[in-house]
Design a protein around this ligand. Structure first.
Ligand SMILES: CC(=O)SCCNC(=O)CCNC(=O)[C@H](O)C(C)(C)COP(=O)(O)OP(=O)(O)OC[C@H]1O[C@@H](n2cnc3c(N)ncnc32)[C@H](O)[C@@H]1OP(=O)(O)O
Ligand SMILES: CC(C)C(=O)C(=O)O
Length: 549
């Protein structure tokens, strides 16, 4: 952390749990969001956008619990001196803003972030309003939010394609109405770096009250320019950046936090800002988000792809960032089968999983001991994979089915699998066996489809080894959707339906699982995805019942 009080602080606004969760197929449970939020707090994030409370009951609950449970936390934030600001997103409509306030109200520091598009294309085709109505709506939204909280952020959606003089008019009006942060989104990732920087400069020079507010950047990566655009914004007066871990987000994603922070960190003489992020936490949070979101990080991704490399004689010849600076050296910290509860608990604390209940701790400790029996060195990466797995599968609130037993026989001809699942609501144990022409994983997936009575499309299947060696944990990530009309059917499928499209326009669900046995890891991942699908189905049915009443 480099604090240079002669410079302005760069405010880090993380939107992994809101815009990041809008990545196709990413659905995080409430427990998963809380784990990520805790780690973001330790990382030193200044503002956390916890969700879009009006979007669903699940989103509301997640934001509410983060505001209550994570909002006050101070661990790892001593240098910053205050807990995170918890923000929620709201359209420029009173019901959204009220719902957002209800969700964030228990946080000691809270912010309402309201947005309204300003580009002609959005005004005409989406909102169906003219420019004057747009100004009036934006002012009404900010004025109402201001009656609920002091800290109000306004975003003119699609600013990157909006008329800049009209933007100045809207922004001057919302400052007058009480907005404290103005966020300028390149919503569709259209701008070029010089263009985005020049736009920020123009807006700051031509908006009334410009010096009273914080200017913020929110860039998408459709042209691979999100980081460049955000940095160009910083050179032109941006003092808050809206970013996500690993750059996850809609379409090609958002600006990656680790890229912005490390650019500023590496070039302190170039940028007019300093940051207060605990950079050695980057590696852990990157792995946690990758594992829980199912968005695997490409091995050569900037910053997240940095690994300890023992081969180089003098690292400065080829490295501009040492692995220690981003926490990538910690992969070799080991625990073994003789490590006790105290050592295990202390390592969990360091990894951000310190607040497990006694029962959860016991489950984690048992999984660790089982792994330590089959593997000489249990690394931090292994623990993150195990714990991420536990966070999403232990959540009894979400899991409709759990695995009771699994047996597979495979060889050079067809494979067979016998799967026993327990229905957590009724306690009933159900068993089926299936044959897989292309191998044991296919056999398992067919048996599970029959047991849950659904026909499932497999959209993505990724398997990666965590660490090295034959005893490495296998981490499987899948994406599925339900075949139309299969709900409630007996789904007498004899094959795993695989499709080549990317699942756009369909509800898709990801699942992940980690185990030293890759077939078991695949089974966990598949069932995890199906449990999310079932949970979503229940939420939809409950929602429809509420509407009926
Ligand atoms: C670029 C971004 O990242 S913005 C954030 C986007 N995130 C999302 O949209 C999350 C997923 N969306 C949703 O869950 C749903 O759209 C909801 C829950 C927000 C709203 O659902 P519904 O009430 O069913 O509305 P629906 O999606 O059909 O339409 C959205 C309506 O909001 C209006 N709207 C969209 N943005 C805004 C805004 N910022 N302010 C005011 N109204 C808006 C649209 O014009 C449309 O109005 P219409 O019904 O009069 O045509
Ligand atoms: C809501 C706004 C900030 C947004 O996500 C976008 O425009 O991309």
């Amino acid at each position: 952390m480099t604090i240079d009080h002669k410079k302005d602080k760069l405010i880090i606004f993380d939107t992994t749990l809101r815009d990041g969760e809008q990545s196709p197929g990413v659905t995080l449970t409430v427990s998963e969001k809380i784990e990520i939020a805790k780690q973001l707090s330790r990382l030193g994030v200044d503002v956390l956008e916890a969700g879009f409370p009006v979007a669903s009951q699940g989103d509301f609950d997640a934001v509410h619990r983060i505001a209550t449970e994570v909002g006050p936390l101070m661990v790892g934030r001593e240098a910053i001196g205050k807990p995170m600001i918890i923000a929620g997103l709201a359209r420029a409509v009173p019901a959204d803003i009220q719902r957002c306030f209800d969700a964030i109200s228990s946080a000691p520091h809270r912010r309402i972030h309201t947005f309204l598009a300003t580009s002609d294309i959005h005004l005409e085709h989406k909102l169906k309003i003219n420019r004057d109505e747009c100004v009036a709506r934006a002012v009404a939204a900010v004025s109402f939010a201001k009656t609920l909280v002091d800290d109000v952020e306004f975003s003119p959606e699609d600013a990157g394609r909006s008329d800049q003089d009209f933007l100045c008019k809207v922004l001057s009006a919302v400052i007058e109405a009480g907005a404290t942060t103005l966020n300028i989104p390149d919503t569709v990732g259209y701008n070029m770096p010089e263009e985005y920087g020049a736009m920020i400069k123009y807006l700051r020079q031509n908006t009334k009250g410009s010096d009273k507010v914080i200017w913020s950047a929110h860039c998408h990566n459709d042209l691979g320019l999100a980081t460049a655009n955000t940095l160009s914004g910083i050179m032109n007066g941006i003092r808050q950046v809206e970013v996500t871990i690993n750059g996850i987000g809609e379409r090609a994603g958002n600006t990656a936090m680790e890229e912005i922070v490390m650019a500023v960190h590496t070039h302190p003489d170039f940028f007019p800002v300093y940051h207060t992020i605990n950079t050695p936490q980057f590696f852990r949070i990157s792995q946690l988000v990758s594992s829980l979101s199912g968005m695997v990080v490409q091995p050569n991704k900037a910053i997240s792809g940095i690994h300890q490399d023992g081969v180089l004689k003098n690292k400065t010849t080829y490295e501009i960032i040492s692995p220690e600076t981003v926490g990538a050296n910690t992969v070799n910290l080991v625990l073994g089968k003789h490590s006790g509860r105290a050592a295990f608990r202390s390592r969990l604390h360091e990894l951000g999983f310190g607040e497990l209940t006694d029962a959860e701790f016991q489950i984690a400790f048992n999984s660790f001991k089982t792994l330590a029996d089959s593997k000489k060195r249990v690394t931090e990466q292994d623990l993150i994979a195990l714990l991420s797995d536990q966070v999403s599968t232990a959540a009894g609130e979400d899991a409709a089915y759990v695995i009771k037993s699994l047996q597979v026989v495979s060889g050079t001809s067809v494979a067979t699998a016998t799967v026993e699942l327990q229905n957590t609501k009724t306690g009933e144990v159900i068993t089926d066996a299936a044959v897989g022409k292309s191998g044991p994983i296919e056999a398992v997936f067919i048996a599970i489809q029959r047991l849950v009575g659904k026909k499932i499309r497999l959209l993505k299947f990724d398997i990666t080894a965590v660490g090295e060696g034959v005893d490495a944990l296998g981490q499987v990530s899948v994406k599925v959707s339900e075949e139309d009309g299969s709900a409630g059917s007996d789904a007498e499928s004899e094959e795993v339906v695989e499709v080549k499209n990317d699942g756009l326009n369909q509800a898709t669900y990801h699942g992940h699982g980690a185990d030293s046995d890759i077939i078991h890891a695949a089974t966990k991942a598949y069932l995890n995805a199906i449990n999310r699908l079932v949970a979503n189905e229940h939420e939809r049915i409950l929602g429809e019942r509420k509407v009926d009443v």
